[in-house]
Ligand binder design. Structure first.
Ligand SMILES: Nc1ncnc2c1ncn2[C@@H]1O[C@H](COP(=O)(O)OP(=O)(O)OP(=O)(O)O)[C@@H](O)[C@H]1O
Ligand SMILES: [Mg+2]
Length: 319
């Protein structure tokens, strides 16, 4: 585990933004700076953190942790489903095949949980018993495990609107993918999620839910893009005390981005208006959690890179 001193020292050295015109046309997401050229997407994972769909600031080592957790999961699942990775030439950079993004988030859920109004728990606790085409039994409690994982696709709302969870039929009505493609995507998600659950459980973790993005290559084939099973796209709980806490009605101990959402919500911020500054304490605690998750998931010690990131990326990408 990275020491307290090193995390604190890194607070002032996080990577917030990049500008590499030589790499291609820039598209900045909330977390990643992408450069597109020659059917390739060079993805620089910065240290930015977003929650409630806004960028809140930076977290020490976050870019490296996210890039390397995603790379790890892409590597160990590539025999199950194809993904966009071409190369990982730098701790914070992935070179990927440029794809046409399917504008649907493929969310897999194994538990009835969540806090936001798009969460399955929100809907269940407000009386919904048919969710995204799945029948949910009566009498479920918050954080209870579902009989089996379900796919709950979500459509990206136009700016300002809320994302909406929808069924297979509703996705097909959008006309953004064929029924055969949808079924293939659903199968890929189910397979990779089941593998993720089983690997997580070997590491003492529960992979609670996750959001996949899929893309279409030029030849029409589907593959996973962006990131998989990272603490930004997934919810993880510690397995050892899950049952005892559930039985007592206590919240599970989580190890994901939810920590930052809770910290902000505790201070009264729920996504409206300009976000408050993250305190150093929250930034350090978030860094500890990201690094811990990396180490638990991969079973490897996290080796932080302290080189100046812009110069290092230049050197590693040889441009
Ligand atoms: N292989 C790929 N081909 C095309 N687009 C990709 C690929 N991999 C990732 N992307 C896109 O690159 C962007 C990554 O940036 P990031 O994850 O920061 O975005 P985001 O904040 O999640 O979403 P948004 O783009 O809406 O801001 C996303 O828009 C994602 O859809
Ligand atoms: Mg993303």
């Amino acid at each position: 585990m990275v020491s307290e001193e090193l995390i604190k020292a890194q607070l002032a050295k996080t990577l917030e933004t990049t500008d590499f015109p030589a790499l291609g046309e820039k598209y900045a997401g909330k977390v990643r700076d992408c450069y597109i050229k020659d059917n390739r997407r060079i993805i620089v994972v910065t240290d930015r953190i977003s929650a409630f769909d806004v960028v809140l600031g930076t977290i020490p080592f976050k870019g490296q942790v996210l890039n390397q957790i995603a790379a790890y999961w892409f590597e160990v699942t590539k025999h199950l489903a194809s993904n966009h990775i071409i190369d990982v030439p730098d701790p914070t950079v992935t070179v990927a095949t440029e794809c046409e993004i399917i504008p649907v988030e493929f969310v897999m859920r194994a538990y009835v949980t969540g806090v936001t109004t798009t969460s399955i728990w929100y809907h269940y606790s407000h009386g919904t018993r048919r969710y995204c085409g799945h029948d949910l039994p009566e009498g479920m409690r918050k954080n209870q495990k579902l009989d089996r994982p379900i796919l709950t696709p979500s459509t990206k709302a136009a700016k300002g609107g809320h994302d909406e969870s929808v069924s297979r039929d509703e996705v097909l009505a959008l006309g953004v993918l064929t029924p055969a493609e949808f079924d293939r995507a659903a199968e890929m998600c189910a397979r990779v999620f089941a593998f993720g659950q089983s690997l997580a459980s070997q590491r003492g973790l529960i992979l609670v839910d996750t959001k996949y993005e899929l893309g279409r290559r030029r030849d029409g084939s589907l593959c996973f893009v962006d990131e998989i099973h990272t603490p930004d796209s997934s919810r993880y709980w510690y397995a050892d005390d899950y049952q005892a806490r559930f039985d007592r009605g206590d919240e599970p101990r989580g190890l994901d981005k939810e920590y930052v959402r809770y910290a902000l919500a505790a201070g009264g911020y729920l996504g409206d208006g300009p976000p408050p500054l993250l305190s150093d304490e929250i930034r350090c605690e978030a860094a500890r959690r990201y690094v811990s998750l990396y180490e638990l998931v991969t079973g490897r010690e996290f080796v932080p890179d302290f080189d100046e990131p812009l110069a290092r990326i230049h050197k590693n990408l040889k441009f």
